[in-house]
Design a binder for this molecule. Structure first.
Ligand code: PYL
Length: 275
């Protein structure tokens, strides 16, 4: 997981209205609707949870320490979804204790290894990598209205890519995967998954692409008027600057918003019956 910088989250909280408008133009949905879809909770129940839960964000100083603006960005996204949210005054375990004793029932916290949202009432825990994968597939599904006519190409089989694969299988979408480490593909033996071995060829073949890799500026898309739709979660951006600017209208990308929104939906979603 690539660690965000202050620059990545700078201004994020104050630009959420513009962000939502841009997302709705591309997908026809609000951030909360995309999150509810990916989090397997109805939009009505998600709005009900917003009236019911108090949410806290606990800054964590371990490892490389606090990222300036990170907790502020997370709490602004939470508020944008209609929830009451606040950052604890204290950090780490002290901040967790403060939140619990002050009645916060959903706690967001991130160290360098993992970013979670814990629902203290139900015990449900949402992981950012899984939520990000699901949220971006839901957004791409909405933008393309169900991936007509082709499989979806997932680049990268790390935690985000694997969450994309799982959700695409749940949606019943056709699916192809590429990973520079082809040994990772062996684990994905589910019959319906195509394994692509050549990146350049694969990118030319699929109009629907999820970039779930930690690499930057390595994806050159076919030139317009080729129609291609890309979900590019987090940082760094995998598209080259030229491809990103040529296809910007059909690219969904943000450093945190869709992942955090889907974490919240997953944390308040009715427990899923284990099959
Ligand atoms: C959650 C983000 C998404 C991509 N990379 C992940 C990352 O940057 N993780 C580190 C988060 C550290 C937060 C710090 C704080 O400010 O509480 N411990």
């Amino acid at each position: 997981m690539t660690r965000l910088t202050e620059k990545d989250v700078d201004g994020l909280g104050t630009e959420l209205i513009i962000y939502e408008r841009n997302l709705a133009e591309k997908t026809g949905l609000k951030l909360g609707e995309i999150a509810a879809m990916a989090g397997a909770i109805s939009w009505e129940d998600f709005q009900g949870a917003a009236r019911d839960y108090q949410v806290g964000v606990v800054p964590i100083t371990s490892g490389q320490g606090v990222i300036g603006g990170f907790s502020e960005a997370v709490v602004q996204i939470i508020r944008q979804l209609g929830f009451k949210g606040r950052i604890t005054e204290k950090t780490d375990v002290n901040g967790f204790y403060e939140g619990v004793t002050k009645g916060l029932e959903i706690i967001f916290m991130a160290d360098d290894a993992r970013f979670v949202a814990l629902n203290l009432r139900t015990g449900q825990i949402a992981d950012n990598a899984i939520a990000t994968g699901r949220g971006y597939v839901a957004a791409l599904n909405a933008m393309t209205q169900g991936f007509p006519g082709s499989e979806v190409l997932v680049l990268g089989c790390g935690p985000v890519g694997l969450a994309c694969v799982e959700y695409l299988l749940e949606l019943g979408s056709g699916l192809a995967v590429y990973d520079c480490d082809s040994s990772k593909l062996k684990r994905l033996h589910q019959g319906a998954i195509k394994h692509e071995r050549n990146l350049e060829e694969a990118i030319k073949k699929y109009p629907y692409i999820v970039d779930a890799t930690p690499a930057s500026s390595f994806i050159s898309l076919p030139e317009p008027p080729a129609k291609v739709f890309v979900a590019a979660p987090g940082v760094p951006m995998g598209l080259t600057n030229k491809s990103y600017s040529q296809h910007a209208k059909n690219v969904i990308h943000d450093p945190l918003q869709i992942g955090v929104a889907t974490m919240l939906a997953m944390a308040v979603s009715p427990p899923r019956i284990k099959k």
